[in-house]
Design a protein around this ligand. Structure first.
Ligand code: SPV
Ligand code: MG
Length: 431
């Protein structure tokens, strides 16, 4: 009896999976690899059921002889240990970033003469419906909201990209790259006050009110499934903040980050060039406490952002505040800096981690952008937010196009820089 192996990355079994098992069964005894959570979220989507439930689900299928765990999305390790005679996979992985996994699999099989069999991928109404149902489930508030905490538990570093519209949300949701033979994608979205304001042509001074911010969030919620972190500015009055916590929690936002400033807030990247007032430890702690009391689920996170380094109040002040805000109930600490060199961020993280090994640390490497996610994780950082790069990419591109059309009295010269609309709309799901 030949050993036939396939890897499943799904929470829902549809016709396509059953077809793979049917084809596999014709060739020998069938083993299914259940991809681990950490590999699954980089490769595909966040699981809606646990690893144990996925294993039980695959085991219950007719024709399956055994289920094993595949720890990594690449195949070399599992192939080396399990030595299947045949690996079976739908032919859809011949295209796009998944090609790298196929090559890795072929290479591992080649070493001992194993064979890859690739039946045609099943494209059908029921397969696409199952896919839509899974996405729908992932986008529901009760699933989406808790996902940030789950990701912190699974990933060495959670990667968040700024989104300020449905379209930028789709970019954060769907962009997948192949790097060093593995696939990678963002884990969630940051709704930045700077970009949400800029997109409306307004300054980042808490002028765009919560009603407008909620409209942006809703546009993103409508078309995505990944978790959202809201930049909540100062959180406003504690009496208002508590209502906003409830609203955000209800609609499925995972976290709000509020910064310890008061009065007229200006963007942190201005630093001390503009007048900005830091809130007192007592006031800001009281705001965090009020927010935590208002919260009804265990999922939602209120993250305290410390502006001491931005405002040049020193490391000791930053650490003292981190300790106080944590004691007030903050679920995480964001430390911000506008230095090019990440040294002060590293020092803060190391010293904070000496005393507290668990509270999540969040950073926004806009100024200290040469630092890698791996380096930050090495200093205990849990969440990295790319806070404004999409907006900064779009603005000069749009401006250049406007200039080119004006200069030429026609659009032809701008065309080489433009994406055909046909390509843009491939990002947009149709029902
Ligand atoms: C934002 O994105 O609005 C932020 C981060 O608050 S920063 O602009 O770096 O202050
Ligand atoms: Mg902001």
């Amino acid at each position: 009896m030949k050993k036939v192996y396939t890897c499943f990355t799904t929470d829902i079994i549809h016709e396509g999976h059953l077809n793979i098992i049917k084809e596999a069964k014709k060739l020998g005894s069938v083993t299914i690899g259940a991809l681990s959570d950490s590999a699954l979220i980089r490769y595909n989507r966040f699981p809606t059921i646990s690893m144990e439930e996925r294993i039980a689900l695959y085991r219950s299928l007719d024709g399956v002889d055994q289920v094993v765990v595949q720890d990594d999305m690449t195949y070399d390790e599992i192939i080396k240990t399990f030595r299947p005679d045949i690996v079976i996979h739908g032919d859809n992985w011949k295209e796009g970033p998944e090609r790298a996994l196929r090559e890795n699999c072929l290479h591992a099989l080649e070493k001992y003469g194993g064979v890859l069999v690739e039946p045609s991928y099943t494209y059908s109404e029921s397969v696409s419906k199952a896919d839509r149902q899974l996405k729908e489930k992932l986008s529901m508030p009760e699933y989406r909201r808790k996902r940030l905490r789950q990701l912190i538990g699974i990933c060495p570093v959670v990667k968040i990209l700024e989104a300020h519209s449905g379209l930028t949300g789709l970019i954060a949701e769907k962009t997948i790259v192949e790097r060093k033979g593995k696939l990678d994608q963002f884990d969630g979205m940051w709704v930045s006050s700077l970009c949400d304001s800029t997109d409306r042509g307004k300054p980042d001074i808490e002028l765009v009110d919560m009603t407008a911010r909620l409209r942006t969030i809703n546009d993103i919620l409508e078309v995505t499934t990944k978790p959202i972190i809201l930049d909540g500015d100062t959180g406003g009055l504690p009496e208002h903040f508590v209502y906003n916590v409830r609203t955000l929690e209800r609609i499925g936002v995972s976290a709000v980050i509020i910064e310890d400033k008061t009065g007229l807030k200006k963007n942190s990247l201005f630093g001390t060039e503009v007048a900005q007032t830091q809130d007192s430890i007592e006031n800001f702690s009281a705001k965090i406490e009020a927010g935590k009391r208002a919260q009804l689920t265990d999922d939602f996170m209120i993250i305290a952002r410390i502006e001491s380094l931005i405002l040049e109040r020193g490391m000791e002040d930053a650490l003292k505040r981190a300790d106080a805000f944590r004691r007030a109930g903050a679920d995480g600490i964001m430390i911000h800096s506008r230095k090019k060199d990440p040294a002060e961020i590293f020092e803060f993280c190391d010293r904070f981690r000496d005393k507290d090994s668990t509270t999540p640390i969040v950073v926004v490497p806009t100024s200290f952008n040469s630092v890698t996610e791996e380096e930050l994780a090495g200093h205990g950082v849990n969440i990295v937010i790319y806070a404004n790069q999409l907006m900064r990419a779009a603005f000069p591109a749009m401006q250049k196009t406007a200039v080119t059309i004006l200069e030429n009295h026609r659009a032809l010269e701008a065309d080489p820089d433009l994406m055909p609309f046909k390509e843009i709309i491939t990002l947009i799901d149709e029902l």
